[in-house]
Write a protein that binds this ligand. Structure first.
Ligand code: DHE
Length: 561
Protein backbone atom coordinates (compact mmCIF):
# COMPACT_ATOMS: atom_id res chain seq x y z
CA UNK A 1 0.00 0.00 0.00
CA UNK A 2 1.31 3.46 -0.64
CA UNK A 3 -0.15 6.78 0.30
CA UNK A 4 1.32 10.13 -0.59
CA UNK A 5 3.40 11.54 2.22
CA UNK A 6 4.39 8.14 3.66
CA UNK A 7 7.73 6.44 2.98
CA UNK A 8 6.30 3.14 1.85
CA UNK A 9 8.16 0.45 -0.02
CA UNK A 10 10.54 3.15 -1.15
CA UNK A 11 13.08 0.65 -2.40
CA UNK A 12 10.51 -1.15 -4.45
CA UNK A 13 9.16 2.06 -5.91
CA UNK A 14 12.67 3.29 -6.73
CA UNK A 15 13.19 -0.11 -8.34
CA UNK A 16 10.32 0.63 -10.70
CA UNK A 17 12.08 3.50 -12.36
CA UNK A 18 15.34 1.59 -12.79
CA UNK A 19 13.38 -1.27 -14.18
CA UNK A 20 11.40 1.08 -16.38
CA UNK A 21 14.58 2.31 -18.10
CA UNK A 22 15.78 -1.17 -18.88
CA UNK A 23 12.58 -2.50 -20.35
CA UNK A 24 12.21 -2.63 -24.09
CA UNK A 25 9.08 -0.70 -24.89
CA UNK A 26 6.56 -2.70 -26.81
CA UNK A 27 4.42 -1.16 -29.52
CA UNK A 28 1.82 -3.82 -29.68
CA UNK A 29 -0.35 -5.13 -26.90
CA UNK A 30 0.38 -8.61 -25.54
CA UNK A 31 -1.94 -11.24 -26.95
CA UNK A 32 -4.72 -12.64 -24.76
CA UNK A 33 -7.18 -15.49 -25.21
CA UNK A 34 -10.90 -14.73 -25.04
CA UNK A 35 -11.13 -16.47 -21.66
CA UNK A 36 -8.25 -14.37 -20.28
CA UNK A 37 -9.91 -11.21 -21.54
CA UNK A 38 -13.21 -12.10 -19.86
CA UNK A 39 -11.48 -12.83 -16.54
CA UNK A 40 -9.48 -9.60 -16.74
CA UNK A 41 -12.57 -7.58 -17.63
CA UNK A 42 -14.28 -8.78 -14.44
CA UNK A 43 -11.26 -7.97 -12.25
CA UNK A 44 -10.95 -4.57 -13.89
CA UNK A 45 -14.61 -3.81 -13.08
CA UNK A 46 -14.31 -5.01 -9.47
CA UNK A 47 -10.94 -3.51 -8.60
CA UNK A 48 -9.82 -0.83 -11.05
CA UNK A 49 -12.71 0.96 -12.78
CA UNK A 50 -13.66 2.96 -9.67
CA UNK A 51 -10.44 5.00 -9.80
CA UNK A 52 -9.33 4.72 -13.45
CA UNK A 53 -12.71 4.80 -15.23
CA UNK A 54 -14.25 2.30 -17.63
CA UNK A 55 -12.68 4.04 -20.63
CA UNK A 56 -9.44 4.24 -18.59
CA UNK A 57 -9.07 7.98 -19.07
CA UNK A 58 -8.17 8.31 -15.38
CA UNK A 59 -9.66 10.30 -12.50
CA UNK A 60 -8.49 9.54 -8.96
CA UNK A 61 -6.22 6.97 -10.65
CA UNK A 62 -3.93 7.56 -13.65
CA UNK A 63 -4.88 7.30 -17.32
CA UNK A 64 -4.51 3.61 -18.32
CA UNK A 65 -5.02 3.84 -22.07
CA UNK A 66 -2.47 1.98 -24.22
CA UNK A 67 -1.42 5.35 -25.62
CA UNK A 68 -2.34 8.91 -24.67
CA UNK A 69 -1.11 12.39 -25.51
CA UNK A 70 -2.09 15.77 -24.13
CA UNK A 71 -1.20 19.38 -24.78
CA UNK A 72 -1.15 21.72 -21.79
CA UNK A 73 -2.14 25.40 -21.74
CA UNK A 74 1.45 26.44 -22.77
CA UNK A 75 1.26 24.20 -25.86
CA UNK A 76 3.60 21.56 -24.38
CA UNK A 77 2.75 18.06 -25.60
CA UNK A 78 3.24 14.99 -23.38
CA UNK A 79 2.69 11.38 -24.32
CA UNK A 80 2.41 8.19 -22.36
CA UNK A 81 0.45 5.00 -22.01
CA UNK A 82 0.50 1.48 -20.70
CA UNK A 83 2.24 0.17 -23.86
CA UNK A 84 5.19 2.40 -23.09
CA UNK A 85 5.38 1.06 -19.53
CA UNK A 86 5.31 -2.61 -20.60
CA UNK A 87 4.25 -5.76 -18.78
CA UNK A 88 7.01 -6.03 -16.17
CA UNK A 89 6.69 -2.50 -14.93
CA UNK A 90 2.91 -2.64 -14.87
CA UNK A 91 3.08 -5.88 -12.87
CA UNK A 92 5.26 -4.16 -10.28
CA UNK A 93 2.97 -1.16 -10.03
CA UNK A 94 -0.10 -3.38 -9.61
CA UNK A 95 1.63 -5.58 -7.04
CA UNK A 96 3.31 -2.94 -4.88
CA UNK A 97 1.45 0.32 -5.59
CA UNK A 98 3.01 3.73 -6.08
CA UNK A 99 3.71 6.80 -4.03
CA UNK A 100 1.04 8.58 -6.05
CA UNK A 101 -1.67 6.72 -4.11
CA UNK A 102 -2.11 3.49 -6.12
CA UNK A 103 -2.72 0.73 -3.57
CA UNK A 104 -0.84 -2.60 -3.62
CA UNK A 105 -2.68 -5.67 -4.90
CA UNK A 106 -0.11 -8.35 -4.01
CA UNK A 107 -2.29 -9.48 -1.10
CA UNK A 108 -5.52 -9.36 -3.11
CA UNK A 109 -4.64 -10.73 -6.56
CA UNK A 110 -2.51 -13.79 -7.37
CA UNK A 111 0.74 -13.46 -9.38
CA UNK A 112 -1.09 -14.86 -12.42
CA UNK A 113 -3.92 -12.34 -12.02
CA UNK A 114 -1.43 -9.49 -11.72
CA UNK A 115 0.24 -10.62 -14.96
CA UNK A 116 -3.19 -10.92 -16.58
CA UNK A 117 -4.09 -7.35 -15.59
CA UNK A 118 -0.71 -5.98 -16.71
CA UNK A 119 -1.36 -7.45 -20.16
CA UNK A 120 -5.05 -6.52 -20.24
CA UNK A 121 -4.49 -2.81 -19.71
CA UNK A 122 -2.10 -2.66 -22.67
CA UNK A 123 -5.01 -3.69 -24.87
CA UNK A 124 -7.63 -1.22 -26.11
CA UNK A 125 -10.34 -0.69 -23.42
CA UNK A 126 -13.60 -2.56 -23.82
CA UNK A 127 -16.51 -0.16 -24.05
CA UNK A 128 -19.48 -1.61 -22.15
CA UNK A 129 -22.95 -1.23 -23.65
CA UNK A 130 -25.08 1.84 -22.95
CA UNK A 131 -28.11 1.43 -20.66
CA UNK A 132 -31.31 3.15 -21.75
CA UNK A 133 -34.56 3.96 -19.96
CA UNK A 134 -36.02 0.93 -21.77
CA UNK A 135 -33.17 -1.29 -20.43
CA UNK A 136 -33.97 -0.04 -16.95
CA UNK A 137 -37.66 -0.80 -17.45
CA UNK A 138 -36.79 -4.31 -18.65
CA UNK A 139 -34.72 -4.90 -15.50
CA UNK A 140 -37.39 -3.56 -13.10
CA UNK A 141 -38.93 -6.10 -10.69
CA UNK A 142 -41.88 -4.98 -8.60
CA UNK A 143 -41.94 -7.79 -6.04
CA UNK A 144 -44.74 -6.40 -3.87
CA UNK A 145 -47.06 -3.67 -5.24
CA UNK A 146 -47.69 -0.77 -2.86
CA UNK A 147 -51.33 -1.74 -2.12
CA UNK A 148 -50.22 -5.21 -0.95
CA UNK A 149 -47.68 -3.87 1.56
CA UNK A 150 -48.40 -3.42 5.29
CA UNK A 151 -50.60 -0.47 6.19
CA UNK A 152 -48.78 -0.02 9.49
CA UNK A 153 -45.54 -1.15 11.14
CA UNK A 154 -45.93 -4.88 11.93
CA UNK A 155 -42.86 -5.23 14.17
CA UNK A 156 -41.85 -3.68 17.50
CA UNK A 157 -38.35 -2.62 16.42
CA UNK A 158 -37.34 1.00 17.04
CA UNK A 159 -36.83 1.66 13.31
CA UNK A 160 -35.11 4.99 13.89
CA UNK A 161 -32.21 3.25 15.57
CA UNK A 162 -31.73 0.48 12.99
CA UNK A 163 -28.34 0.37 11.24
CA UNK A 164 -28.07 -0.66 7.57
CA UNK A 165 -24.61 -2.20 7.23
CA UNK A 166 -22.89 -2.98 3.94
CA UNK A 167 -21.40 -6.49 3.82
CA UNK A 168 -19.23 -5.56 0.89
CA UNK A 169 -17.86 -8.77 -0.59
CA UNK A 170 -20.89 -10.85 0.41
CA UNK A 171 -23.21 -8.71 -1.76
CA UNK A 172 -25.54 -8.38 1.22
CA UNK A 173 -26.91 -5.80 3.62
CA UNK A 174 -27.30 -6.42 7.37
CA UNK A 175 -30.06 -4.61 9.25
CA UNK A 176 -29.06 -4.47 12.91
CA UNK A 177 -31.29 -3.36 15.79
CA UNK A 178 -29.41 -0.46 17.37
CA UNK A 179 -31.25 -0.82 20.73
CA UNK A 180 -30.47 -4.52 21.28
CA UNK A 181 -27.33 -4.77 19.09
CA UNK A 182 -28.88 -7.90 17.50
CA UNK A 183 -28.77 -8.70 13.79
CA UNK A 184 -32.38 -8.26 12.62
CA UNK A 185 -32.04 -9.55 9.05
CA UNK A 186 -29.44 -10.05 6.33
CA UNK A 187 -30.71 -9.41 2.82
CA UNK A 188 -29.33 -10.09 -0.67
CA UNK A 189 -28.49 -6.94 -2.59
CA UNK A 190 -26.34 -5.89 -5.54
CA UNK A 191 -22.61 -6.64 -5.61
CA UNK A 192 -20.58 -4.64 -3.05
CA UNK A 193 -23.37 -2.28 -1.99
CA UNK A 194 -21.86 1.16 -1.80
CA UNK A 195 -24.27 3.21 0.23
CA UNK A 196 -27.70 2.97 1.83
CA UNK A 197 -30.03 5.92 2.11
CA UNK A 198 -33.42 6.27 3.83
CA UNK A 199 -36.77 7.43 2.52
CA UNK A 200 -37.97 10.70 4.05
CA UNK A 201 -40.51 8.74 6.14
CA UNK A 202 -37.82 6.37 7.45
CA UNK A 203 -39.82 3.32 6.33
CA UNK A 204 -37.78 2.30 3.28
CA UNK A 205 -34.06 1.59 2.98
CA UNK A 206 -32.55 2.02 -0.49
CA UNK A 207 -29.23 0.47 -1.44
CA UNK A 208 -27.16 0.54 -4.58
CA UNK A 209 -24.55 -2.06 -5.55
CA UNK A 210 -21.48 -1.36 -7.62
CA UNK A 211 -23.19 -3.44 -10.31
CA UNK A 212 -26.00 -0.87 -10.46
CA UNK A 213 -28.63 -3.10 -8.81
CA UNK A 214 -30.86 -0.86 -6.69
CA UNK A 215 -33.02 -2.33 -3.95
CA UNK A 216 -35.87 -0.96 -1.83
CA UNK A 217 -36.40 -2.67 1.52
CA UNK A 218 -39.63 -2.17 3.48
CA UNK A 219 -39.06 -2.16 7.26
CA UNK A 220 -42.78 -2.26 8.15
CA UNK A 221 -43.01 -6.03 7.70
CA UNK A 222 -42.33 -8.35 10.64
CA UNK A 223 -38.96 -8.81 9.00
CA UNK A 224 -37.43 -6.36 6.50
CA UNK A 225 -38.51 -7.35 2.98
CA UNK A 226 -37.21 -6.39 -0.45
CA UNK A 227 -40.22 -5.02 -2.33
CA UNK A 228 -38.65 -3.96 -5.64
CA UNK A 229 -35.35 -3.91 -7.55
CA UNK A 230 -34.11 -2.19 -10.67
CA UNK A 231 -30.77 -1.94 -12.48
CA UNK A 232 -29.42 1.57 -13.12
CA UNK A 233 -26.53 0.59 -15.39
CA UNK A 234 -23.43 -1.56 -14.96
CA UNK A 235 -21.48 0.47 -12.41
CA UNK A 236 -23.05 2.73 -9.74
CA UNK A 237 -22.31 4.41 -6.40
CA UNK A 238 -25.11 6.76 -5.30
CA UNK A 239 -28.84 7.08 -4.57
CA UNK A 240 -31.02 9.51 -2.66
CA UNK A 241 -34.72 10.19 -2.21
CA UNK A 242 -36.93 13.25 -2.52
CA UNK A 243 -37.01 14.87 0.93
CA UNK A 244 -38.77 18.19 0.37
CA UNK A 245 -42.17 18.69 2.02
CA UNK A 246 -44.93 17.25 -0.16
CA UNK A 247 -42.49 14.94 -2.01
CA UNK A 248 -41.59 12.55 0.83
CA UNK A 249 -40.93 9.03 -0.55
CA UNK A 250 -42.14 10.17 -4.01
CA UNK A 251 -38.95 9.83 -6.07
CA UNK A 252 -35.56 8.13 -5.97
CA UNK A 253 -32.54 9.29 -7.93
CA UNK A 254 -29.53 7.09 -8.71
CA UNK A 255 -26.21 7.99 -10.26
CA UNK A 256 -24.08 5.68 -12.38
CA UNK A 257 -20.40 5.50 -13.23
CA UNK A 258 -21.32 3.53 -16.36
CA UNK A 259 -23.08 4.69 -18.39
CA UNK A 260 -22.40 8.22 -17.11
CA UNK A 261 -25.93 9.33 -16.26
CA UNK A 262 -28.50 9.79 -13.51
CA UNK A 263 -31.88 8.09 -13.38
CA UNK A 264 -35.09 9.09 -11.65
CA UNK A 265 -37.50 6.45 -10.38
CA UNK A 266 -40.74 6.18 -8.45
CA UNK A 267 -39.79 6.26 -4.75
CA UNK A 268 -42.08 3.42 -3.65
CA UNK A 269 -41.92 1.05 -6.63
CA UNK A 270 -38.61 1.98 -8.36
CA UNK A 271 -40.45 2.21 -11.67
CA UNK A 272 -38.01 4.01 -14.00
CA UNK A 273 -39.19 7.47 -15.07
CA UNK A 274 -36.28 9.34 -16.62
CA UNK A 275 -32.60 8.97 -17.56
CA UNK A 276 -30.33 11.99 -18.10
CA UNK A 277 -26.80 11.75 -19.53
CA UNK A 278 -23.94 13.67 -17.88
CA UNK A 279 -21.59 13.55 -20.89
CA UNK A 280 -20.27 16.98 -21.78
CA UNK A 281 -17.63 19.61 -21.13
CA UNK A 282 -15.26 19.66 -18.18
CA UNK A 283 -14.59 22.86 -16.25
CA UNK A 284 -11.37 23.06 -18.33
CA UNK A 285 -13.36 23.17 -21.55
CA UNK A 286 -12.64 19.65 -22.81
CA UNK A 287 -15.26 17.14 -23.90
CA UNK A 288 -15.38 14.10 -21.61
CA UNK A 289 -17.10 10.88 -22.73
CA UNK A 290 -17.31 9.37 -19.23
CA UNK A 291 -18.24 11.98 -16.57
CA UNK A 292 -19.35 9.69 -13.76
CA UNK A 293 -21.97 10.58 -11.18
CA UNK A 294 -20.36 10.71 -7.73
CA UNK A 295 -22.31 11.85 -4.65
CA UNK A 296 -25.98 12.82 -4.78
CA UNK A 297 -27.83 14.52 -1.95
CA UNK A 298 -31.44 15.63 -1.46
CA UNK A 299 -32.08 19.20 -0.34
CA UNK A 300 -34.32 19.77 2.70
CA UNK A 301 -35.03 23.38 1.72
CA UNK A 302 -36.00 22.95 -1.96
CA UNK A 303 -37.44 20.20 -4.19
CA UNK A 304 -33.96 19.56 -5.56
CA UNK A 305 -31.13 17.07 -5.67
CA UNK A 306 -27.47 18.07 -5.80
CA UNK A 307 -25.75 15.80 -8.35
CA UNK A 308 -21.94 15.91 -8.40
CA UNK A 309 -20.30 14.93 -11.68
CA UNK A 310 -16.80 13.64 -11.11
CA UNK A 311 -14.81 14.18 -14.31
CA UNK A 312 -16.43 17.42 -15.50
CA UNK A 313 -16.27 19.14 -12.09
CA UNK A 314 -19.86 20.33 -12.71
CA UNK A 315 -22.44 20.29 -9.92
CA UNK A 316 -26.01 19.91 -11.19
CA UNK A 317 -29.02 21.03 -9.18
CA UNK A 318 -31.96 18.95 -10.41
CA UNK A 319 -35.43 20.35 -9.71
CA UNK A 320 -37.86 17.44 -9.42
CA UNK A 321 -41.17 19.36 -9.45
CA UNK A 322 -41.77 18.75 -13.17
CA UNK A 323 -39.95 15.71 -14.52
CA UNK A 324 -41.35 16.15 -18.06
CA UNK A 325 -39.85 19.63 -18.30
CA UNK A 326 -36.78 19.03 -16.18
CA UNK A 327 -35.09 22.19 -14.87
CA UNK A 328 -31.42 21.92 -13.95
CA UNK A 329 -28.76 24.43 -12.87
CA UNK A 330 -25.15 23.60 -13.67
CA UNK A 331 -22.51 25.03 -11.37
CA UNK A 332 -18.82 24.99 -12.32
CA UNK A 333 -16.48 23.88 -9.56
CA UNK A 334 -13.30 21.74 -9.80
CA UNK A 335 -12.18 18.19 -10.65
CA UNK A 336 -12.69 15.40 -9.64
CA UNK A 337 -15.85 15.64 -7.55
CA UNK A 338 -16.32 12.78 -5.12
CA UNK A 339 -18.13 12.67 -1.75
CA UNK A 340 -19.58 15.33 0.53
CA UNK A 341 -22.25 16.45 2.98
CA UNK A 342 -24.29 19.37 4.30
CA UNK A 343 -22.96 22.16 6.50
CA UNK A 344 -24.66 22.58 9.89
CA UNK A 345 -27.43 24.84 8.47
CA UNK A 346 -28.13 22.45 5.53
CA UNK A 347 -27.97 25.39 3.14
CA UNK A 348 -24.47 24.66 1.78
CA UNK A 349 -23.40 21.36 0.25
CA UNK A 350 -19.68 20.72 0.74
CA UNK A 351 -18.13 18.37 -1.82
CA UNK A 352 -14.53 17.21 -2.23
CA UNK A 353 -12.84 17.96 -5.56
CA UNK A 354 -10.15 15.49 -4.61
CA UNK A 355 -7.66 15.79 -7.47
CA UNK A 356 -7.67 19.60 -7.08
CA UNK A 357 -7.16 19.44 -3.29
CA UNK A 358 -10.23 21.60 -2.85
CA UNK A 359 -13.68 21.49 -1.32
CA UNK A 360 -16.51 23.16 -3.25
CA UNK A 361 -19.29 24.81 -1.22
CA UNK A 362 -22.60 25.08 -3.09
CA UNK A 363 -25.17 27.56 -1.87
CA UNK A 364 -28.40 25.65 -2.54
CA UNK A 365 -30.50 28.69 -1.57
CA UNK A 366 -29.11 30.88 -4.38
CA UNK A 367 -28.09 27.99 -6.68
CA UNK A 368 -24.53 29.30 -6.92
CA UNK A 369 -21.03 28.28 -5.95
CA UNK A 370 -20.30 29.92 -2.59
CA UNK A 371 -16.58 29.09 -2.57
CA UNK A 372 -13.80 26.76 -3.62
CA UNK A 373 -11.74 26.12 -0.51
CA UNK A 374 -8.08 25.05 -0.77
CA UNK A 375 -7.26 22.12 1.50
CA UNK A 376 -4.52 19.59 2.20
CA UNK A 377 -4.04 16.70 -0.23
CA UNK A 378 -6.97 14.55 -1.43
CA UNK A 379 -9.86 15.54 0.85
CA UNK A 380 -12.19 12.58 1.53
CA UNK A 381 -15.00 13.65 3.88
CA UNK A 382 -17.60 10.90 3.51
CA UNK A 383 -20.40 13.27 4.53
CA UNK A 384 -18.12 15.28 6.84
CA UNK A 385 -18.80 16.39 10.42
CA UNK A 386 -20.31 19.65 11.76
CA UNK A 387 -19.79 21.37 15.08
CA UNK A 388 -19.45 24.82 16.65
CA UNK A 389 -15.79 25.62 17.14
CA UNK A 390 -15.11 27.75 20.26
CA UNK A 391 -12.89 30.16 18.29
CA UNK A 392 -14.27 29.98 14.72
CA UNK A 393 -18.01 29.24 15.03
CA UNK A 394 -19.68 26.71 12.71
CA UNK A 395 -17.17 24.44 10.97
CA UNK A 396 -17.48 21.47 8.62
CA UNK A 397 -14.77 18.84 8.80
CA UNK A 398 -13.03 16.65 6.25
CA UNK A 399 -10.25 14.10 6.56
CA UNK A 400 -7.68 13.44 3.83
CA UNK A 401 -6.60 10.34 1.99
CA UNK A 402 -3.35 12.00 0.97
CA UNK A 403 -2.33 13.98 4.05
CA UNK A 404 -1.97 13.46 7.78
CA UNK A 405 -4.50 16.08 8.89
CA UNK A 406 -8.21 16.61 9.46
CA UNK A 407 -9.28 20.04 8.12
CA UNK A 408 -11.88 22.29 9.74
CA UNK A 409 -13.55 24.68 7.28
CA UNK A 410 -15.52 27.68 8.57
CA UNK A 411 -19.01 27.74 7.02
CA UNK A 412 -21.28 30.76 6.55
CA UNK A 413 -24.42 31.16 8.61
CA UNK A 414 -27.66 33.17 8.42
CA UNK A 415 -27.82 33.15 12.23
CA UNK A 416 -26.83 36.64 13.51
CA UNK A 417 -25.08 35.10 16.50
CA UNK A 418 -22.44 33.69 14.14
CA UNK A 419 -21.97 36.94 12.15
CA UNK A 420 -18.72 37.67 14.02
CA UNK A 421 -17.06 34.67 12.33
CA UNK A 422 -17.78 35.95 8.80
CA UNK A 423 -14.15 36.75 7.98
CA UNK A 424 -13.20 33.12 8.54
CA UNK A 425 -15.87 31.71 6.22
CA UNK A 426 -14.73 29.31 3.50
CA UNK A 427 -11.22 28.99 4.88
CA UNK A 428 -9.49 26.08 6.56
CA UNK A 429 -9.32 27.52 10.08
CA UNK A 430 -7.55 24.61 11.75
CA UNK A 431 -5.82 21.37 10.82
CA UNK A 432 -5.85 18.57 13.39
CA UNK A 433 -2.85 16.26 13.23
CA UNK A 434 -3.44 12.59 12.39
CA UNK A 435 -0.80 9.87 12.81
CA UNK A 436 -0.59 9.50 9.03
CA UNK A 437 -2.55 9.78 5.79
CA UNK A 438 -5.25 7.36 4.65
CA UNK A 439 -8.34 8.77 6.37
CA UNK A 440 -11.69 8.00 4.74
CA UNK A 441 -14.38 9.12 7.18
CA UNK A 442 -14.97 11.57 10.07
CA UNK A 443 -18.05 11.82 12.28
CA UNK A 444 -19.56 13.73 15.18
CA UNK A 445 -23.08 14.25 16.56
CA UNK A 446 -24.87 17.36 17.92
CA UNK A 447 -25.07 15.70 21.38
CA UNK A 448 -21.41 14.68 21.40
CA UNK A 449 -18.20 16.44 22.35
CA UNK A 450 -16.05 14.12 20.26
CA UNK A 451 -14.86 14.02 16.67
CA UNK A 452 -14.01 10.55 15.32
CA UNK A 453 -11.62 9.91 12.42
CA UNK A 454 -10.50 6.62 10.86
CA UNK A 455 -7.39 5.88 8.77
CA UNK A 456 -8.14 2.57 7.02
CA UNK A 457 -5.97 3.33 3.98
CA UNK A 458 -2.84 3.99 6.01
CA UNK A 459 -0.13 1.40 5.25
CA UNK A 460 0.78 0.87 8.92
CA UNK A 461 -1.29 -1.90 10.50
CA UNK A 462 -1.42 -0.16 13.87
CA UNK A 463 -2.88 3.00 12.31
CA UNK A 464 -5.28 1.31 9.86
CA UNK A 465 -6.73 -0.92 12.59
CA UNK A 466 -7.43 2.03 14.93
CA UNK A 467 -9.66 5.08 15.12
CA UNK A 468 -8.75 8.49 16.56
CA UNK A 469 -11.01 10.58 18.80
CA UNK A 470 -10.55 14.34 19.24
CA UNK A 471 -11.97 16.18 22.22
CA UNK A 472 -14.01 19.12 20.86
CA UNK A 473 -13.57 20.93 24.20
CA UNK A 474 -9.82 21.05 23.67
CA UNK A 475 -8.67 20.60 20.10
CA UNK A 476 -5.07 21.35 21.03
CA UNK A 477 -4.86 17.86 22.58
CA UNK A 478 -3.67 14.89 20.53
CA UNK A 479 -6.49 12.48 19.64
CA UNK A 480 -7.03 9.36 21.68
CA UNK A 481 -6.23 6.17 19.76
CA UNK A 482 -8.65 3.26 20.09
CA UNK A 483 -7.22 -0.03 18.83
CA UNK A 484 -10.36 -1.44 17.27
CA UNK A 485 -8.79 -4.72 16.09
CA UNK A 486 -7.49 -5.44 19.58
CA UNK A 487 -10.72 -4.37 21.26
CA UNK A 488 -12.70 -6.71 18.99
CA UNK A 489 -11.10 -9.68 20.75
CA UNK A 490 -10.83 -11.50 17.41
CA UNK A 491 -7.69 -13.57 16.79
CA UNK A 492 -4.91 -11.79 14.89
CA UNK A 493 -5.10 -12.15 11.12
CA UNK A 494 -2.50 -11.98 8.37
CA UNK A 495 -4.29 -9.28 6.40
CA UNK A 496 -4.85 -5.84 7.93
CA UNK A 497 -8.36 -5.47 9.34
CA UNK A 498 -9.25 -1.89 8.55
CA UNK A 499 -11.21 0.07 11.16
CA UNK A 500 -13.58 2.30 9.23
CA UNK A 501 -16.70 4.46 8.99
CA UNK A 502 -17.62 5.71 12.50
CA UNK A 503 -21.42 6.03 12.78
CA UNK A 504 -23.46 7.30 15.75
CA UNK A 505 -26.64 5.70 17.06
CA UNK A 506 -29.84 7.75 17.18
CA UNK A 507 -29.21 9.02 20.73
CA UNK A 508 -25.70 10.16 19.84
CA UNK A 509 -24.11 8.26 22.75
CA UNK A 510 -22.58 5.25 20.93
CA UNK A 511 -20.21 5.03 17.99
CA UNK A 512 -20.16 1.97 15.74
CA UNK A 513 -16.96 1.08 13.84
CA UNK A 514 -16.58 -1.56 11.10
CA UNK A 515 -13.59 -3.83 11.48
CA UNK A 516 -13.19 -4.72 7.80
CA UNK A 517 -11.19 -7.94 7.41
CA UNK A 518 -10.54 -10.08 4.34
CA UNK A 519 -13.36 -12.07 2.76
CA UNK A 520 -12.44 -15.24 4.64
CA UNK A 521 -11.47 -13.51 7.93
CA UNK A 522 -13.87 -12.96 10.79
CA UNK A 523 -14.90 -9.29 10.79
CA UNK A 524 -16.89 -7.36 13.39
CA UNK A 525 -18.79 -4.23 14.30
CA UNK A 526 -17.18 -2.71 17.38
CA UNK A 527 -19.31 -0.34 19.47
CA UNK A 528 -17.87 2.30 21.85
CA UNK A 529 -19.51 4.46 24.47
CA UNK A 530 -19.02 7.98 23.13
CA UNK A 531 -18.61 9.59 26.58
CA UNK A 532 -16.20 7.17 28.23
CA UNK A 533 -14.62 5.83 24.98
CA UNK A 534 -14.92 2.40 26.56
CA UNK A 535 -15.78 -0.70 24.55
CA UNK A 536 -19.50 -1.42 24.81
CA UNK A 537 -20.18 -4.35 22.51
CA UNK A 538 -18.66 -6.41 19.69
CA UNK A 539 -21.10 -7.72 17.09
CA UNK A 540 -19.47 -10.65 15.37
CA UNK A 541 -21.05 -13.48 13.46
CA UNK A 542 -19.96 -15.66 10.52
CA UNK A 543 -22.47 -13.67 8.43
CA UNK A 544 -20.67 -10.37 9.14
CA UNK A 545 -18.41 -10.54 6.07
CA UNK A 546 -16.35 -7.47 5.08
CA UNK A 547 -18.53 -4.80 6.78
CA UNK A 548 -17.83 -1.27 5.55
CA UNK A 549 -20.46 1.54 5.48
CA UNK A 550 -23.09 1.77 8.24
CA UNK A 551 -26.12 3.99 8.08
CA UNK A 552 -28.20 4.74 11.17
CA UNK A 553 -31.80 5.31 10.06
CA UNK A 554 -32.49 8.49 12.03
CA UNK A 555 -29.13 10.14 11.37
CA UNK A 556 -29.26 9.30 7.66
CA UNK A 557 -32.88 10.51 7.28
CA UNK A 558 -32.05 13.84 8.87
CA UNK A 559 -28.44 14.20 7.66
CA UNK A 560 -27.08 14.31 11.21
CA UNK A 561 -23.27 14.32 11.13
FE1 DHE B 1 -16.88 4.84 -1.70
C1 DHE B 1 -19.34 6.98 -0.52
C2 DHE B 1 -17.14 6.27 -4.77
C3 DHE B 1 -14.17 3.04 -2.73
C4 DHE B 1 -16.99 3.04 1.17
N1 DHE B 1 -18.00 6.37 -2.48
C5 DHE B 1 -18.96 7.13 -1.83
C6 DHE B 1 -19.51 8.08 -2.75
C7 DHE B 1 -18.91 7.86 -3.96
C8 DHE B 1 -17.96 6.79 -3.79
C9 DHE B 1 -19.16 8.60 -5.24
C10 DHE B 1 -20.58 9.12 -2.42
C11 DHE B 1 -21.95 8.54 -2.53
C12 DHE B 1 -23.05 9.53 -2.13
O1 DHE B 1 -22.92 10.19 -1.08
O2 DHE B 1 -24.04 9.65 -2.86
N2 DHE B 1 -15.79 4.72 -3.43
C13 DHE B 1 -16.08 5.38 -4.58
C14 DHE B 1 -15.12 5.04 -5.60
O3 DHE B 1 -15.14 5.42 -6.80
C15 DHE B 1 -14.05 4.25 -4.97
C16 DHE B 1 -12.83 5.15 -4.78
C17 DHE B 1 -13.56 3.06 -5.78
C18 DHE B 1 -14.59 2.06 -6.15
O4 DHE B 1 -14.28 1.18 -6.96
O5 DHE B 1 -15.71 2.08 -5.66
C19 DHE B 1 -14.70 3.94 -3.62
N3 DHE B 1 -15.75 3.32 -0.91
C20 DHE B 1 -14.71 2.72 -1.50
C21 DHE B 1 -14.19 1.65 -0.69
O6 DHE B 1 -13.23 0.88 -0.99
C22 DHE B 1 -14.93 1.67 0.60
C23 DHE B 1 -14.00 2.13 1.71
C24 DHE B 1 -15.49 0.31 1.01
C25 DHE B 1 -16.60 -0.19 0.16
O7 DHE B 1 -17.66 -0.51 0.73
O8 DHE B 1 -16.44 -0.28 -1.06
C26 DHE B 1 -15.99 2.72 0.29
N4 DHE B 1 -17.96 5.00 0.01
C27 DHE B 1 -17.87 4.13 1.06
C28 DHE B 1 -18.85 4.50 2.06
C29 DHE B 1 -19.51 5.64 1.58
C30 DHE B 1 -18.94 5.93 0.29
C31 DHE B 1 -19.04 3.80 3.40
C32 DHE B 1 -20.64 6.42 2.27
C33 DHE B 1 -20.08 7.39 3.24
C34 DHE B 1 -21.18 8.10 4.00
O9 DHE B 1 -21.06 8.19 5.23
O10 DHE B 1 -22.14 8.58 3.38
Amino acid sequence: MSIAGKPILAGVVAGFSLLGLSIAQANTAPAMTDAEKEAAKQIYFERCAGCHGVLRKGATGKNLEPHWSKTDADGKKTEGGTLKLGTKRLENIIAYGTEGGMVNYDDILTKEEINLMARYIQNTPDVPPEFSLQDMKDSWKLIVPVDQRPKKQLNKINLKNVFAITLRDAGKLALVDGDTHKIWKILDTGYAVHISRLSASGRYVYTVGRDGLTTIIDMWYEEPTTVATVRLGSDARSVDTSKFKGYEDKYLIGGTYWPPQYSIMDGETLEPIKVVSTRGQTVDGEYHPEPRVASIVASHIKPEWVVNVKETGQIILVDYTDLKNLKTTTIESAKFLHDGGWDISKRYFMVAANASNKVAAVDTKTGKLAALVDTAKIPHPGRGANFIHPQFGPVWTTGHLGDDVVSLISTASDDPKFAKYKDHNWKVVQELKMPGAGNLFVKTHPKSKNLWADAPMNPEREVAESVYVYDLNDLSKAPKRLDVAKDSGLPESKAIRRATHPEYNEAGDEVWISLWGGKTDQSAIVIYDDKTLKLKKVITDPAIVTPTGKFNVFNTMHDVY
